[in-house]
Write a protein that binds this ligand. Structure first.
Ligand SMILES: Nc1c(NC[C@H](O)[C@H](O)[C@H](O)CO)[nH]c(=O)[nH]c1=O
Ligand SMILES: CC(=O)[C@@H](O)COP(=O)(O)O
Length: 158
């Protein structure tokens, strides 16, 4: 598995720009809160470690990952926001509901980034079970929240 070959929290220092004046929105889905809170902490601490200011990081919650798209749009339309980081965790259930949510939010966040011409980062875990989720939210495979924050910073250095 690709993730088993890398740690989500490892990253190269290329394209790491000065983010001391950059403003970030982090939109967090409340579903699977144990996981999404760990993703948020990873993203938040990574932004601070890379030089972002606490006062320049805005957090907004949405009920579930499906709502990340509208939450991202509400943040992206704010001209003072430089990048939007979206965090969620969609865990496979018994039905195809998982597929519809994952596809909708992946396409939706892509569309928001293209519409507002700014980084909108897909920090959504799509695991088969809780264990796989926790492994990627500060567990043995690192933290996708770290990865999402670094991705936002790298895109600002494009
Ligand atoms: N099952 C999960 C959901 N489901 C809720 C949806 O995201 C959405 O809020 C609902 O369909 C109403 O629009 N959300 C997650 O983030 N994770 C899940 O595992
Ligand atoms: C991904 C989900 O929405 C999930 O909670 C749905 O579970 P199920 O497919 O068993 O209804």
């Amino acid at each position: 598995m690709a993730t088993s070959l890398k740690n989500l929290s490892d990253y190269s220092q290329t394209n790491m720009v000065d983010v001391s004046t950059k403003k970030f929105a982090i939109v967090v889905a409340e579903w699977n809160a144990e996981v999404t809170e760990a993703l948020f902490n990873g993203a938040y601490q990574t932004l601070l470690k890379e030089g972002a200011k606490e006062e320049n990081i805005i957090r907004k919650n949405v009920p579930g990952s499906f709502e990340l798209t509208l939450g991202a749009q509400w943040m992206a339309q704010n001209n003072t926001i430089d990048a939007v980081i979206c965090l969620g965790c969609v865990i496979q259930g018994e039905t195809r509901h998982f597929d519809f949510i994952c596809n909708a939010v992946a396409h939706g966040l892509t569309d928001v980034g293209m519409k507002y011409n700014k980084p909108v980062i897909f920090g959504v875990l799509t695991p088969n079970n809780q264990e796989q989720a926790l492994d990627r939210a500060g567990g043995k495979h690192g933290n996708k929240g770290d990865e999402a924050a670094i991705t936002a910073i790298k895109m600002l250095g494009f």
